[in-house]
Design a protein around this ligand. Structure first.
Ligand SMILES: Nc1ncnc2c1ncn2[C@@H]1O[C@H](COP(=O)(O)OP(=O)(O)OP(=O)(O)O)[C@@H](O)[C@H]1O
Ligand SMILES: [Mg+2]
Length: 291
C-alpha cells in the first residue's frame, strides 16, 4: 500500500467536502439485507485507519453486527450507544462518553459508537419530532470541535429507509450502495435511490449517492459474470453506471473468518484476495474523490 500517495490524494480532496465537518461522512446502505454493508464499513474503516487516517465508525443498525465485529460486548449495562443520541427524553451524552476509543488494540486510530437493539424504540419516539431526520447531523455539528478530529466517519445502516437511517443518509457526504450478485440486490438499490430521492428533496438535500459496490462475486459461477455484464451494459441499469465502481469484491472466506476474529481483513490476512480487492476499492474511492 502506498500510504504517502493516498494521504496526498486525501489532502487535495479536503476542500471538496460539502458537509459541515472537516472530515467526510460516508454511509453504507441499500434496501436488501445481507449484501456486505457491515463487512465493507468494518474493513474500509480498518484500512483507512491503518493508512494513518483518524476514523470513527458508527453502528446505526439495531442488529449491532458492526459492534460485534469490533469486539464490543453489547450486554455491558452502562454502554452508551447510537440510541442515546436519538433518546431525546434524556440529555444527549457528551461525545467523549459515547465514543469508544480504539476498541481494536492494533488499530489505535479507529474509534466507534456502538449500536443498540433499543434503536427500534428510537423510530417510534422520534416519529413526531420536528426535524426528526436532522438529529444526528445536529449532534455532530453541535460537537463539531470533537468530531472534526476524524478524517472519516463511516456509518453502517440496516436495509430500510427508517427515520434513524435517514438521519445517517442526510448527514452523509456520500452514500455507498452495496450489492451482492443478485437481481434482488439491484432492485433493492434502485428502490433505495427512488425513496431517498423523494426524502432528500423534501429535506432540500443535493444528491449524495456516490457509489455502487459489487460484493460477493464468485468468478467460478457464470451467473456472476452475467450479472456484471448486466450491470455494465444493460439499458435497465443505466442509472447505476455513473456510480458503479470498477473494483469488484470477490467472495472470500477469509473475510468471514476475520469478522469472527473481530479484526478487519487487513490485519487478519493482508495477502488474501478479499483484502486486496477492498484495498483496491479504497484506492478507487480516493481517486474518484468519494473518500
Ligand atoms: N465478499 C465476501 N466474502 C465472504 N463473506 C462475505 C463477503 N461479504 C460479506 N460476507 C459475509 O456475509 C455475511 C453478510 O454480510 P454483512 O453482514 O456485511 O451484510 P449486511 O448487508 O450488513 O447485512 P444486513 O443487511 O443484515 O445488515 C457476513 O457474515 C459476512 O461476513
Ligand atoms: Mg449489516
Amino acid at each position: 500500500m502506498h500510504q504517502s500517495n493516498r494521504k496526498s490524494v486525501r489532502a487535495s480532496n479536503r476542500e471538496s467536502t460539502g458537509g459541515f465537518l472537516m472530515g467526510k461522512i460516508i454511509t453504507f446502505g441499500t434496501l436488501k439485507g445481507g449484501v456486505g454493508k457491515t463487512m465493507l464499513c468494518f474493513n474500509i474503516g480498518g484500512i483507512l485507519s491503518q493508512l494513518g487516517y483518524r476514523v470513527l465508525v458508527i453502528d446505526s443498525d439495531l442488529q449491532g453486527n458492526l459492534t460485534n465485529n469490533m469486539g464490543i460486548d453489547r450486554t455491558q449495562p452502562d454502554l452508551l450507544t447510537t440510541y442515546d443520541v436519538y433518546n431525546l427524553e434524556e440529555a444527549q451524552p457528551e461525545p467523549d462518553q459515547l465514543v469508544i476509543k480504539s476498541p481494536i488494540d492494533r488499530l489505535p486510530l479507529l474509534d466507534m459508537i456502538a449500536g443498540s437493539i433499543f434503536l427500534h424504540k428510537s423510530e417510534l419516539k422520534i416519529a413526531s419530532v420536528a426535524g426528526r431526520e436532522q438529529i444526528l447531523s445536529n449532534y455532530l455539528s453541535d460537537h463539531k470541535a470533537f468530531f472534526d478530529q476524524y478524517d472519516y466517519i463511516l456509518i453502517d445502516t440496516n436495509p430500510s429507509m427508517s427515520i434513524v437511517n435517514q438521519n445517517a443518509f442526510l448527514a452523509s457526504d456520500a452514500i455507498l450502495l452495496v450489492s451482492d450478485v443478485s437481481m434482488n440486490a439491484i432492485e433493492g438499490a434502485q428502490l433505495f435511490i427512488a425513496l431517498w430521492e423523494e426524502a432528500r428533496k423534501r429535506l432540500r438535500r443535493e444528491d449524495n449517492i456516490k457509489g455502487f459496490i459489487v460484493n460477493d462475486f464468485d468468478s467460478r459461477n457464470k451467473l456472476s459474470a452475467d450479472y456484471l455484464e448486466y450491470l455494465r451494459t444493460s439499458p435497465d441499469t443505466e442509472d447505476l453506471r455513473p456510480i458503479l465502481f470498477e473494483t469488484v469484491i470477490p467472495r472470500n472466506v477469509r473475510i468471514t473468518e476475520s469478522e469472527l476474529a473481530a479484526v478487519p481483513i487487513s490485519i487478519y490476512d493482508l495477502r488474501s484476495k478479499g483484502c486486496d480487492a477492498i484495498a483496491s476499492l479504497v484506492d478507487e474511492m480516493l481517486a474518484r474523490g468519494v473518500l
